[in-house]
Design a protein around this ligand. Structure first.
Ligand SMILES: [Zn+2]
Length: 238
C-alpha cells in the first residue's frame, strides 16, 4: 500500500464495528475519498475529535483498494463559529450533502473543493441568507447545469421573464410561462451570482427575494441530482 498526503473537508462519518469509523472526505487532490479511521471511537484515539463532519484537515493516508486508511489527521480549520450556531450548521450541512452528491470517488474536483472550502469560510465569517443558494447556483454552473435566466429558456425571447420552470431549464417569458412565477428581483439576483457577483450578493440581508432565490436554487439542484436534499428540508432555517 502506498502512503499519500492531501487535505480535505470531512463530509460525513459512519460507524464501522466497535471502534472504527469510515470517514468520507472531499479532498483537494483525490476527489471524494472514503477512509477508515481505526480506533477513532475509543477515548484514547489519536484522532480525537478531528475527523468530524465540517473539519478541514491535513491528512496522511494509506491507499487501499476500496477504502483508504487514515494514518494521521491534523485539523487545519475547525469552523467553530459554524458548529456553535444552529443556523450556520444547517447551511453547512447542505453544502456538505451537495458536495457528497456531486463529487465522485477518487476523481479530483479541485474547483468543487475550493467552492466548498470557500462556502464554509464565508459561513464562518457571516451567517449570510444567500450562502446556500449562492453555493448551489455556483455548483450548478460548475456542472454545466446553471438555470437559464438571461432569456426565455423556451423561445429565447429577452426581457419580461415572468416564470421559472426546471423542466424547461430556467426562466420563461409571458407567452411560454409555466411552472412557478418568479420576480424580476429574484432573477436579477440569480444573474448576479452566476455573473461573478456572489460576494456582493452574500451581504444582502434576508428578504422575500433571498427566500425566492433559495427555493429556486434548491429546486434546481434537486432536479439536477434527481433527489431531495435531506439537509435542505430538515432545518427550520432553510
Ligand atoms: Zn418564451
Amino acid at each position: 500500500m502506498s502512503l499519500y498526503r492531501d487535505e480535505g473537508v470531512v463530509l460525513r462519518t459512519m460507524r464501522l464495528g466497535e471502534a472504527d469509523r469510515i470517514v468520507t472526505l472531499l479532498t483537494r487532490g483525490h476527489g471524494k475519498v472514503r477512509a477508515v479511521a481505526k480506533g477513532v471511537r475509543k477515548t484514547t484515539s489519536k484522532f480525537g475529535g478531528r475527523l468530524e463532519p465540517l473539519s478541514h484537515v491535513a491528512l496522511l493516508c494509506w491507499k487501499g483498494r476500496e477504502l483508504d486508511i487514515v494514518n494521521q489527521a491534523e485539523v487545519t480549520e475547525a469552523f467553530r463559529t459554524v458548529r456553535e450556531d444552529l443556523s450556520r450548521v444547517a447551511k453547512a450541512f447542505t453544502v456538505l450533502e451537495v458536495a457528497d452528491q456531486l463529487a465522485q470517488e477518487r476523481h479530483p474536483a479541485p474547483r468543487l473543493y475550493e467552492m466548498v472550502l470557500g462556502a464554509l469560510r464565508a459561513l464562518a465569517a457571516d451567517d449570510s441568507a444567500m450562502l446556500v443558494a449562492g453555493f448551489l447556483l455556483k455548483a450548478l454552473a460548475l456542472e454545466g447545469s446553471a438555470p437559464m435566466v438571461d432569456a426565455c429558456a423556451s423561445c429565447g425571447a429577452e426581457g419580461d421573464l415572468v416564470a421559472f420552470d426546471l423542466l424547461q431549464g430556467g426562466a420563461l417569458c409571458r407567452d411560454c410561462r409555466r411552472g412557478r412565477p418568479v420576480s424580476p428581483a429574484a432573477l436579477e439576483m440569480v444573474r448576479r451570482v452566476l455573473g461573478g457577483g456572489l460576494a456582493g450578493v452574500l451581504v444582502e440581508p434576508a428578504s422575500a427575494v433571498t427566500e425566492e432565490v433559495a427555493a429556486l436554487a434548491g429546486g434546481a439542484m434537486e432536479a439536477h441530482l434527481d433527489r431531495r436534499l435531506r439537509s435542505l428540508h430538515s432545518s427550520p432555517v432553510g
